[in-house]
Design a binder for this molecule. Structure first.
Ligand code: COI
Length: 355
């Protein structure tokens, strides 16, 4: 929708910022939100005048289809502030493309590019004081679209709301994570919508993840729904394995999210001359590599999770503890990525976008 003419955003500012009540040293992920939010409604086949209003509750009809059929998609992105006070986004075009790809799969209308970027930039400038500089501080940005049409008829809606809300963030996980490899449950199946950032893809993970937590694991590594023999992705991140000096990750498919951090790490690793293999990975290969000592690392990659080392995994009743590595790939890639995001390193890929 490159040709849509952007409409002027109607802005209603807050009277008084709530920022002084926030403890920026102790932020739990996704609990505190900035002063403003962006809203754009889709009615009569058109996106209406976009608005920025004080952050607050919505009024929706109880029959709105999002409540009944989960017609909802979202994105996760971050804004980073450098030491000079300039703010940057990381590959925002990728988020824009992906939210529309997700929307298409859920029969939702495409959101225009100009509205997305105008809305986002205006919101970030208005709530600039919420973006703190310093490595590890960021503003987590959550664009999302919900079906607002009142009616419980089970078909796609013809009224929607696109919104952007923002939350100051530090790390998603407080330390290294442990993961359980799925033997029975599936995140998605071929022909489904695992590749979409659809709300239901996450809701369906909560129950198996709750069971995994009862066994002491924080996340599940999903396996393919046909055989449960191949690793796919984890609940909040794509997954990488280091076997000897080779970095391995599963290819994306209609079941696996095409993670932006994932593909950035692959590009960084290839540029640095690392041996990277993007191919189906059997769980048995990972277990064998653990047993013969060649499995050096597992880590997750995602916008919220950044690069999160995995300290242990469980599979078929066995528990495997990984040894901590000196000069780990996880810490190298985390630093290389964050140096670009925080404007500390040259951006040879052109990933950084100044707000
Ligand atoms: C993100 O990394 O932005 C995600 O969307 C994962 C989320 C479920 C926390």
């Amino acid at each position: 929708m490159r040709n849509a003419v952007p409409q002027e955003i109607e802005i209603t500012k807050i009277n008084e910022s709530k920022i002084s009540q926030v403890d920026f040293e102790n932020l739990a992920f996704g609990k505190v939100f900035t002063d403003h939010m962006f809203i754009c409604d889709y009615v009569n086949g058109e996106w209406q005048t976009p608005k920025i209003v004080p952050y607050g509750p919505l009024t929706l009809d109880p029959s709105a289809r999002v409540f009944h059929y989960g017609q909802a998609v979202f994105e996760g992105m971050k804004a980073y502030k450098d030491d000079q006070g300039d703010t940057f986004l990381f590959r925002p075009d990728e988020n824009f493309k992906r939210i529309n790809k997700s929307a298409e799969r859920l029969a939702m209308p495409e959101f225009p590019e100009e509205y997305f970027f105008d809305g986002l930039n205006t919101l970030l400038k208005l709530d600039d004081q919420w973006i703190k500089s310093g490595f590890g501080n960021s503003l987590y940005i959550r664009p999302f679209v919900i079906a607002t049409q009142p009616s419980v008829s089970a078909s796609e809606a013809d009224e929607y709301r696109f919104m952007i809300i923002c939350s100051p963030a530090q790390s998603y996980y407080s330390g290294d994570v442990s993961v359980l490899v799925a033997e029975k449950f599936s995140r998605s199946a071929s022909g489904g919508f695992g590749y979409a950032k659809a709300a239901g893809n996450y809701a369906g993970q909560f129950y198996p993840t709750k069971l995994a937590k009862e066994q002491g694991y924080q996340q599940i590594i999903w396996t393919d729904s046909n055989t449960h023999e191949y690793v796919e992705e984890a609940g909040t991140m794509n997954v990488f394995f280091r076997i000897n000096d080779t970095l391995l990750t599963a290819p994306v498919s209609d079941r696996i999210l095409d993670g932006i951090t994932r593909k950035s790490l692959i590009a960084l690793a290839e540029k640095q001359g690392y041996n990277v293999e993007v191919r189906p990975i059997k769980v048995s290969e990972v277990v064998d590599a653990f047993n013969n000592g060649s499995l050096k690392e597992i880590f997750g990659a995602g916008t919220a999770a950044v690069v999160s080392p995995v300290k242990a995994f469980g599979y078929k009743g066995e528990h495997y503890e990984l040894e901590k590595q000196e000069n780990s790939y996880a810490s190298y890639f985390k630093k290389s990525l964050m140096d670009i995001q925080y404007n500390k390193a040259e951006d040879s890929f052109g990933w950084r976008t100044k707000v």
